[in-house]
Design a protein around this ligand. Structure first.
Ligand SMILES: Nc1ncnc2c1ncn2[C@@H]1O[C@H](COP(=O)(O)OP(=O)(O)OP(=O)(O)O)[C@@H](O)[C@H]1O
Length: 247
């Protein structure tokens, strides 16, 4: 059984159908990259996986248990599935260490000292231990995004969702965030990334999923999607990316 099974997930906003029956399996330790044209539903799919948005049809399962529909324990689910957004969303009135320890202390009931130790160890790992007492507005975008990743990791999630996490960053700050993601991938973290960073997707993904108009149009290893795409629309999409000098 896959860690996550997305089974014909259907989502609409009003009359606009955004996900039209997406099916996708995510295996443990896999890195899955969602690519596709703007508006194809990448972010929406991530938000549906951790129930920030309800789906209106189909089912999503984690460890074989349904995480969509009535009766789901959202607190438990959000411990298992972490999400990092494009706009870091740190609390501005809290220091870095307060931001990353809040969840474990409040939600998991972890002792503050233990949470601080864990937070410091993770901040060290992303090169930000020295910034622990700073407030977010004293950090660069790349540093804030690394803190947001640490905040998600503090909960020891089974799955990490990364929604365009480098899109708001100045180009020179992108690589410091991608380095962290690359490191997590080598350590076996299961991740799903919605991304426009095609070079990165080609390098780190185990599976690349090309979405088109709310459906999985083509999925496969990066060697297939970037080297030998089977579908006409995948080829057209990649040609546009290559012509724009982004791959
Ligand atoms: N809260 C919402 N209310 C109404 N429509 C929405 C909402 N969120 C997203 N949509 C619509 O759903 C569609 C898919 O949006 P989504 O953000 O998932 O696409 P995306 O593939 O992540 O795009 P991008 O690459 O530009 O981030 C778009 O047409 C968008 O306008």
């Amino acid at each position: 059984m896959a860690l996550v099974e997305i089974d014909k997930a259907y989502k609409r906003y009003g009359t606009v159908e955004v996900l039209k029956g997406i099916s996708l399996d995510i295996e443990e330790h896999q890195v899955v990259c969602l690519i596709g044209p703007s508006g194809c539903g990448k972010s929406t799919l991530l938000r549906c996986i951790n129930c920030l948005e309800p789906i209106q049809g189909g089912e999503i399962r984690l460890h074989g248990d349904r995480v969509t529909g009535p009766g789901v324990d959202l607190d438990l689910l959000r411990r298992e599935i972490g999400i990092v957004f494009q706009s870091y969303n740190l609390f501005p009135h809290m220091s870095v260490i307060e931001n990353v320890t809040l969840g474990p202390v409040k939600v998991l009931g972890m002792q503050r000292n233990a949470a601080t130790d864990k937070g410091m160890a993770l901040l060290e790992r992303v090169g930000l231990a020295a910034k622990a007492r700073e407030y977010p507005d004293r950090l660069s975008g790349g540093q804030q995004q690394r803190v947001a990743i640490v905040r998600a990791l503090m909960m020891d999630p089974a799955l990490l969702l990364l929604d365009e996490i480098t899109s708001a960053l100045d180009p020179e700050l992108v690589s410091e965030v991608l380095d962290i993601v690359r490191d997590l991938a080598t350590k076996g973290m299961t991740m799903v990334l919605a991304t426009h960073e095609m070079g990165f997707a080609r390098e780190v993904a185990d599976k690349v999923c090309f979405l088109q108009e709310g459906l999985v149009y083509e999925e496969g290893p990066p060697s297939q999607i970037f080297g030998n795409p089977q579908g006409e629309r995948t080829r057209a999409f990649l040609k546009r990316i290559i012509d724009a000098g982004r791959l």
